[in-house]
Design a protein around this ligand. Structure first.
Ligand SMILES: Nc1ncnc2c1ncn2[C@@H]1O[C@H](COP(=O)(O)OP(=O)(O)OP(=O)(O)O)[C@@H](O)[C@H]1O
Length: 634
């Protein structure tokens, strides 16, 4: 079921044009966008400022952002920006002389000065080549500039987003931004490109405006610059008014873009399920609906850009008429009456160049309004991710600050201890209350109960992903990361080699697993045939893992992590759900033979015998915990 986002009921300040931006949102997107309408306003400026801070930040106290050390240069955009500015200035100087060339040509041609003409040709060619080289270099530097912006912002977002607890909390947060993957992978790139274009065009605009104002003043008096400035103010006010609705449209166009892409990712991911359930027709209809939503929002952007383009183009063309008007004034006032025709044509060419160039600089500034509206849309999308991360981090920090010993706590013994734990789901449903359980490092505990009773939630609390409403969970003081291996129901196979699958979450730079060990592990989980299929333990596969292995085989492969790591605690959340009974009992008997504690969640009764404690949740907040006698069948 799809929802329409009721802008007016939530954002009382929303305008008609913002209301028209409504696109179909999923319930989560509806919640996350509840307060949001986007414009060229203070919020945009704050977000832009934050992103610029990331681009121009210092790496440490010793290395300021302007420092020349390799580390500072790698982490700050400052020096690249300076080179970009210097190059722009140099190229502008060349443009200036190229711009003056016609007036000089008029002079020598109208006075039939052949030696003067020949003398001028060579420097002219050098100048033109210099300007062309400057322009190409500027485009090249622009490319490097946007690459660096993308690298710095993406790295920063990765640092903030992909870290313990934050990733999970952001993704599962009720305020989770829509399509975070698209915002990081695509919107940052578009932001970098828009910023490059703006910087490229405006980098030395203030200097050029000041210089050409002076030049224009010197030939036309105060009236010329005053008329041009007045013209510019009118043009800027008009484009400001026209930009506002575009920012919102750009944001929602990107949202529709993300939803459309996500639909196709899901089609690929669930192709088999769709094929079995003959869902192609329904999927086709959904794809069509999503495409039309996207095209609709794209059309809104295009429609709203039309008046802005019209205003910008008019500003530019009327500007050239204005420059002739300004040049004409001293001529008709008789100031140049004493000049002969060749001198007059030289003066007209020179003066119109100064006026036109000043107007051109203003035109360029105003033209950037289209890019600025794009930039504001992308800044909103990137900024929102950072804001949700901030909120999540605040929440995570608050848990430790305000409830230092009510959540995850260290325990001096070697057991895990749940002490009077109460857990409530995000929807407010009480999952367990007054939950007490000790899991010694030799225990094998199985948690059972109906769907949704809170079995996995207990593990989430143990991993510190959810906080307990009350009570404590004690873990041994000396517990290291590798002492805990968690196998979820849906196997997570990384984009890598077989060796890396076994070593995950570590990699070959920190650990090794020899070929002999890999073979032994494959033998233990009865996947020996994999060696023949893969060719090499180091051959990398991406999505092929899902195609090469059935779900049950994928779960068996996951078990190699436990058998290799031999952690102190292995947590299995329905990690054998897709296996046949023989494989399941075989793997549990392997676990039984190694000296580790096990915490299992399962709906399969045949594995209960491999445990010495059974915890039964009743789904109403109550539970029972009993000792049972393990009697593993080999
Ligand atoms: N990220 C989440 N956001 C909101 N609610 C959640 C989230 N994760 C779990 N819940 C809710 O918490 C409750 C308990 O979920 P949990 O996954 O612990 O159940 P379970 O006992 O493991 O179920 P099953 O046997 O189906 O795996 C469910 O009602 C579920 O809707």
């Amino acid at each position: 079921m799809r929802y329409y986002y009721p802008f007016r009921s939530i954002a009382t300040s929303a305008t008609d044009s913002e209301e028209q931006d409504m696109i179909e949102l999923t319930p989560q997107q509806q919640t996350s966008n509840n307060k949001s309408h986007y414009s060229f306003d203070r919020v945009f400026l704050n977000r832009l400022y934050r992103l610029l801070q990331v681009l121009f930040r210092s790496t440490s106290n010793q290395d300021r952002f302007y420092s020349l050390t390799p580390k500072a240069r790698q982490h700050s955009l400052f020096w690249l920006y300076i080179v970009f500015v210097a190059l722009s200035c140099g190229t502008e100087v060349l443009y200036y002389y190229v711009g003056l060339m016609p007036s000089r040509f008029y002079g020598v041609l109208s006075s039939k000065d052949f030696p003067g003409f020949m003398q001028f040709i060579i420097p002219c060619m050098v100048l033109v080549f210099g300007a062309a080289a400057g322009k190409s270099l500027l485009a090249y530097m622009g490319g490097l500039f946007s690459l660096k912006i993308r690298r710095l912002l993406t790295q920063y977002l990765h640092d903030c987003y992909i870290k313990p607890k934050t990733l999970y909390s952001v993704v599962t947060s009720p305020d989770a931004p829509d399509n975070p993957d698209q915002r990081i992978a695509q919107d940052i790139d578009k932001f970098a490109d828009a910023l490059r274009e703006i910087v490229e065009k405006l980098i030395i605009a203030p200097v050029l405006v000041a210089y050409y104002t002076w030049k224009c003043w010197s030939v036309t008096g105060a009236l010329g610059p005053l008329m041009i400035y007045g013209y510019f103010i009118v043009g800027s006010i008009l484009s400001q008014v026209l930009i506002r609705p575009i920012v919102n449209s750009v944001f929602y166009k990107e949202l529709a873009e993300g939803n459309f892409r996500f639909l196709h990712v899901r089609l690929r991911q669930f192709a088999e399920a769709i094929a079995f359930s003959r869902g192609e027709r329904e999927e086709h209809a959904r794809a069509k609906e999503s495409l039309y939503t996207l095209l609709d929002s794209q059309r809104k952007v295009v429609n709203r850009e039309l008046p802005l383009h019209l205003s910008n183009e008019s500003f530019s063309y009327f500007g050239s008429i204005l420059s002739y008007l300004i040049v004409a004034m001293p001529i008709f006032a008789g100031i140049f009456d004493d000049k002969d025709p060749s001198e007059l044509s030289e003066i007209i060419s020179k003066n119109s160049f100064f006026c036109m160039y000043l107007i051109f600089r203003f035109t360029v500034i105003i033209e950037q309004s289209v890019k600025l509206s794009d930039l504001a849309g992308y800044a909103a999308r990137i900024g929102e991710v950072l804001e949700v991360i901030d909120d999540v981090e605040d929440e995570l920090n608050n848990i430790t600050v305000h409830h230092p010993r009510t959540d995850l706590d260290e325990h001096s013994s070697s057991s895990i201890l749940f002490e009077n734990v109460e857990l409530v789901s995000p929807q407010g449903k009480q999952l367990v209350s007054g939950f007490n359980l000790e899991i010694a490092n030799t225990d094998r505990v199985v948690i059972v109960g109906p769907n949704g009773s809170g079995k996995s939630s207990l593990l989430r609390a143990l991993a510190g992903l959810w906080h307990c409403t009350s009570g404590r969970i004690h873990v041994p003081k000396d517990l290291l990361e590798k002492d805990f291996v968690f196998l979820p129901q849906t196997p997570y196979l990384i984009d890598g080699s077989l060796r890396e699958q076994i070593m995950y979450p570590y990699n070959s730079s920190t650990m090794t697993v020899s070929d002999i060990q890999v073979r032994e592990l494959l033998h233990q989980v009865r996947l020996e045939h994999l060696e023949g299929i893969l060719g090499s333990f180091d051959a990398r596969f991406g999505e092929e893992w899902q195609k090469m292995l059935s779900p049950g085989e994928q779960q068996r492969l996951m078990f190699t992590r436990i058998l290799y790591w031999r952690p102190r605690f292995a947590v299995l959340d329905e990690a054998t759900s897709a296996m046949d009974t023989k494989s399941e009992t075989h793997l549990y008997s392997l676990l039984h033979d190694i000296d580790i504690a096990i915490i299992s969640i399962s709906h399969h009764t045949n594995i209960i015998d491999y445990h010495n404690k059974i915890v039964t949740l009743d789904g109403q907040g109550g539970y029972t915990a009993e000792e049972i006698s393990p009697s593993p069948k080999q």
